[in-house]
Design a binder for this molecule. Sequence first.
Ligand SMILES: Cc1cc2nc3c(=O)[nH]c(=O)nc-3n(C[C@H](O)[C@H](O)[C@H](O)COP(=O)(O)O)c2cc1C
Ligand SMILES: [Fe+2]
Ligand SMILES: [Fe+2]
Length: 404
Amino acid sequence: MHCVQEVTPQIFWVGGNDRRLERFENMFPLPHGVAYNSYLIMDEKTALMDTVDSAISALFLENITHVLNGRQLDYLVINHMEPDHCANIEELVRRYPEVKIVGNKKTFQFIGQFYQAPLQKNFYAVQEGDELSLGRHTLKFFFAPMVHWPEVMLTYEQSERILFSADAFGTFGALSGNLFSDQADFEAVYLEEARRYYANIVGKYGMQVQTALQKLSGVEIRMICPLHGPVWRSNLSYILDKYDHWSKYLPEKNGVVLIYASMYGNTENAMNVLAAKLSQKGLSDLRMYDVSKTHPSYIIADAWKYSHLVFGAPTYNMGLYFVMEALLRDMAGLQLQNRQVALVGNYTWAPGVVVKALRGLVEGMKNMEIIAPPFEINSAMKPEQEPALDQLAEAICASVRQLG
Ligand SMILES: Cc1cc2nc3c(=O)[nH]c(=O)nc-3n(C[C@H](O)[C@H](O)[C@H](O)COP(=O)(O)O)c2cc1C
Ligand SMILES: [Fe+2]
Ligand SMILES: [Fe+2]
């Protein structure tokens, strides 16, 4: 049975949800599932905005057949060639042999790479700023290269002022019937997942997101239709502001995330003592993670949110405990920057090794300020080290307060 929703009287959501997939990109846990959105515009000409992942192809094709109600599909706009959105291009051409596939040079290059079938005869190439009239509706194409793939386009529908935004403004988390963000409790249900999606999938491309936001700054947008998660029809400034912060690598909140690795609990103990001191000194909303327990995507999401990060780790085979090393390399790869940092190291026979490794990785990232001398433990923290840890706690508090 088809399952579609009206976005506006002539535009229909024809996507679907996947709550079974364990990990997005075989990497990121999906405790709340994921939505693959696709939108069908019914005008004098019909136009489909992107397709969906192969996991939901059957329902998707049923949805399209239902909405088209015997009509032909005239245009298939490919805003993004990642397989979670383009799994059905070949099948749509089989069903609608006359369909024009709207994309740019890179889109068509990628179609050639992913598909066997010769689809060139269906290609309809557009340039930045081109317009395509469907009747009452007119599409205008903005290129957004590397948000987060090179071929990405944003398609703006001029009559209803709707932005089809590809992965931008998307989130993990399936739709629970409510298609619009103002029907869902967005902050409670989606915000954390939206941040985790942004930081881990798009995080590296802050500059390109800024360029895209600038391009759109003169365009009046009434609705944002992303490829994942709810549609925005009200309070657009809320999500635009989040994107502005995230892509400028500006923290949303002054606060501390404590991130540790520990085999036998001694580094963990020192981090707990430090966190208790921070709390006693008045810092609230502290976050703490064990890197061996929590998937890095969640830790990275909080690193995007908060201003201060404390990393604590033991020495391992004359280096840094590798789960922590992997996390820091992940953060560096995603270009996390502009954070205040404190370091805690632990060793049994090799002093200085782990704090040096932590420092090296942190200093390899842009605008990361190490706000105090590292705190080092020799196997287990001793009471006589308390004043030194107090000093570190004081330095962290002062730095948080300084931000206001
Ligand atoms: C497999 C392994 C390798 C280690 N390699 C080193 C090392 O190269 N240098 C060192 O000083 N300590 C090394 N250690 C010791 C730990 O860093 C040290 O015991 C630390 O206190 C562990 O902290 P934890 O209780 O938070 O796990 C190693 C420990 C293990 C289990
Ligand atoms: Fe994507
Ligand atoms: Fe996607």
